[in-house]
Design a protein around this ligand. Sequence first.
Ligand code: NAD
Length: 353
Amino acid sequence: MRPFVYDHPAQRVIFGIGSIERLADEVGRLGARRVLIVTTPAERRFADDAARRLGPLAIDIFAEAAMHVPIETARAAREFARRHEADCCVAVGGGSTIGLGKAIALESALPIVAVPTTFAGSEMTPIYGITEGGLKKTGRDRKVLPKTVLYDPTLTLTLPSKIAGPSGMNAIAHCVEGLYAEDANPIMTLLAAEGIRALTRSLPIVVREPANLDARGDALYGAWLAGTVLGSVGMAIHHKLCHVVGGTFNLPHAETHAVILPHAAAYNRQAVPEAMRIAAAAMGAEDAPLAIYDLAVQIGAPVALKDIGMPGNALDRAARLATENPYYNPRPIDYSAVRELLENAYWGKRPAA
Ligand code: NAD
């Protein structure tokens, strides 16, 4: 057995249909009296609802969260929180919203109560990201880890299939890479396998029967586990590629994960047979990379970089950027193999068996 270190901070998780009704109690439990609510313009209605539930505890809403947390937005939100003397931040929305809550907490150590409305998993991680001058810098700091997370599947009911599917693939990616992380440990392996299992069985139902609340709850459960894995162990080539390629060419986040994952898994297939066996078994399949690709097709997630805005003449540059700084991956990073991976992902080829 491989030796390991398990060092996982505690978080309070309230899970279930209607758990949003406990928002005021949960905020009160933290001793907060001046709550700032953050969200995106598109999800303003969730923030208004949260404000109504919080009553006099809510001081104001900052509804300007944006994808990848632009530094200007982070600064404006921090100033807004300071001016209002906020003592707690309720972040209700997807990864972009929770990312903004984290940017505030990074400076102020304001406790965050996260209410996720997608399957991205950011609410379970101490990872923050802020974009400045077109470059997204990420880091880890336990200050930004939400203290309390309310998972309520009813809040995902409005998430359209075309966002829900890729968002779920984003969560599966955290689990798959968690299985072969450099610092993998047996607890996170259990969570990763269960996360893949829950998402594989629920996502096809979520996109086929959008009103099926049980399936949405199951997907949210998978997303919770996936976020826990992402926050606890290191990632590898898949996340590096998504970060570099997605960031450089401004591709949509979750869709980039959906496209790259089968190819990243195929890249590592021979190097980590046990991780692949666990992932395949969790998907009820023989081969993980093929099963991941087939799931993406089944749920209508994009499978080709060419369909999500990747310029066809940029693959050399993308491969160079993805291979120039050394990072952990179970199979050594090799320019021509990564170039081939990107070529396959560009055209949306099913990985070779
Ligand atoms: P997002 O928060 O940008 O949301 C995607 C879209 O869905 C937006 O248009 C949003 O308005 C809409 N939306 C969200 N919830 C909705 C709902 N319930 N109904 C209808 N529409 C809804 O995207 P995301 O995929 O959740 O998160 C992506 C971002 O999160 C990226 O910036 C990524 O880097 C970050 N992220 C960070 C971590 C971390 O650990 N730090 C983990 C995962 C993702």
